[in-house]
Design a protein around this ligand. Structure first.
Ligand code: PLP
Length: 456
């Protein structure tokens, strides 16, 4: 454990030469001084994503883009959608975001939904709405969802928060949900089926057309998690890439989560939950007509919400327009195509499934975690996957062909260096975690979290 902490300390607590503020200063510090300190800290941390060394995380990151978002934020930072009587314009703005994105995803005028703080909140809300809808309409009191193992962990979180049981579905050799297992998992307690377009770990898309047929036939709500794909797949299709139907075009699809703060290029803290019709949407609301504070309602998990983020998301959609998104998507998919074709030339590496732009790589010969660790030493920040052991890179606008070439060169270097020295860092940590029972590894992570947030 000591070795683990030494390793983690270097990554997470590198601020030995920064001033410490552990109590409120008696006299306020001059604003200029605070701005300078912040710039110094963040400039050091930002170069990594700015230079394209990071998988996902910052999806646009262009300077003009950020400047524009900052200007929008500057004039709307006080807006709170909880008070539509003070800011009625924000009702219009939220409605317009829903309408714009609904049309991109083949929705009609019945489509309803909300702007949320992120994909997790969109997913939590959909699962809560389906639980409450199923209780009221179908009399289901022991709710279950059907979930491919590749679905985002936010669905597990929702099940945990809202007392829903999960029926897991395994993946086929293409890393897509097995249709047969979905059929077998359906029973009288099923409140929803979930699929991803694409899934986070492997970037692969589940057989959504087939699942839609099943869902329609059995009259079961069907949620498509397009947090990643909602703002790539529609444009990829227009650019001539082979993309199956995945959205409201399919009659069985009853809801879609889409992250504005990923490939929608909005500031962090913005996602959408869309329902085919308000019949589902209304089960996500919280309403209290008897509170001593007056009649209260909220449409999402939060009370007060960051209106400025919603407004910035709206401004992003308007200024980029369809052509802006097409251009961004074209770059991302071209870079992904280059990386995939170069990866297939590297012996003993394998791409998992047939992804478009989120590319997961494994190896039967090398210790993949050691390769990731070597890539980390070369400055890269990749996503580590557990089952199977692999990593992925999610291509963003920060990756152009020059960065892609460097990625491939560095990867070859990382492979040639693996197995030479005693593995350190990631590889032994993942090795240890994999060898422990779930309760023990959860306990260790809980301990690490407390260290991470509390220990200076
Ligand atoms: C990112 C992501 C989510 C969760 O989104 P957050 O914004 O991190 O809460 C859900 N599903 C998929 C497929 C994702 O990639």
């Amino acid at each position: 454990m000591e070795e683990v902490f030494d390793y983690l300390r270097k990554i997470f607590k590198p601020y030995s030469n920064l001033p410490i503020f552990n109590e409120l200063p008696k006299e306020g510090i001059p604003k200029q001084e605070i701005l300078e300190l912040l710039s110094k800290i963040l400039n050091e941390e930002n170069y990594k994503w700015e230079k394209g060394f990071v998988s996902g995380a910052v999806y646009h990151g262009g300077k003009d883009h950020i400047d524009f978002l900052n200007n929008v934020y500057a004039i709307s930072s006080q807006v709170n959608p909880l008070h539509p009587d003070i800011w009625p314009s924000v009702l219009k703005i939220e409605r317009e975001i829903i309408e714009i994105v609904s049309k991109i995803l083949h929705g009609n005028e019945a489509v309803s939904g909300s702007v949320t703080s992120g994909g997790t909140e969109s997913i939590l809300l959909a699962m809560k709405a389906y639980r409450d809808w199923a209780r009221k309409v179908k009399g289901i009191y022991e709710p279950e969802i059907i979930l491919p193992t590749s679905a985002h962990v936010a669905f597990d979180k929702a099940a945990n928060y809202f007392n829903i049981k999960i029926k897991y579905v395994n993946l086929n050799e293409n890393f897509e949900a097995k249709i047969e297992e979905i059929k077998e998992a359906i029973n009288k307690n099923t409140i929803a089926i979930v699929a991803s377009a694409p899934c986070f770990p492997f970037g692969t898309i589940d057989p959504i057309e087939e699942i839609s047929e099943i869902a329609l036939d059995k009259n079961i709500p069907f949620h498509v998690d397009a947090c990643l794909g909602g703002f790539i797949l529609p444009w990829a299709k227009k650019l001539g890439y082979k993309v199956g139907k995945f959205d409201f075009e399919l009659e069985g699809v009853t809801s879609i989560s889409v992250d504005l703060h990923k490939y929608g290029y909005s500031p962090k803290g913005c996602s959408l939950i869309l329902y085919r019709n308000p019949e589902f949407w209304k089960y996500q609301f919280y309403i209290n007509t008897k509170w001593s504070g007056g009649i209260y309602f909220s449409t999402t998990l939060a009370g007060s919400r960051a209106g400025a983020l919603m407004i910035a998301a709206w401004a992003t959609l308007l200024y980029l327009g369809e052509n802006g998104y097409l251009k961004c998507t074209k770059q991302i998919l071209e870079v992904a195509d280059y990386i995939k074709s170069e990866l297939t030339k590297i012996q003993d590496l394998k791409i998992l499934g047939n992804p478009l732009w989120i590319i997961a790589v494994t190896s039967e010969r090398f210790n993949i975690y050691e390769i990731v660790e070597n890539m980390t030493k070369l400055g890269w920040n990749l996503n580590v996957l557990m089952d199977p052991p692999a990593f992925h890179i999610a291509i963003t606008l920060r990756h152009d062909l020059i960065v892609a070439k460097k990625f491939i060169e560095d990867l070859k270097l990382a492979i040639s260096e693996s197995g030479k020295a005693k593995a350190e860092g990631l590889a032994p940590i993942y090795g240890m975690m994999a060898s422990l029972p779930k309760e023990d590894s959860d306990e260790i992570v809980s301990y690490l979290i407390q260290w991470l947030y509390k220990d200076p």
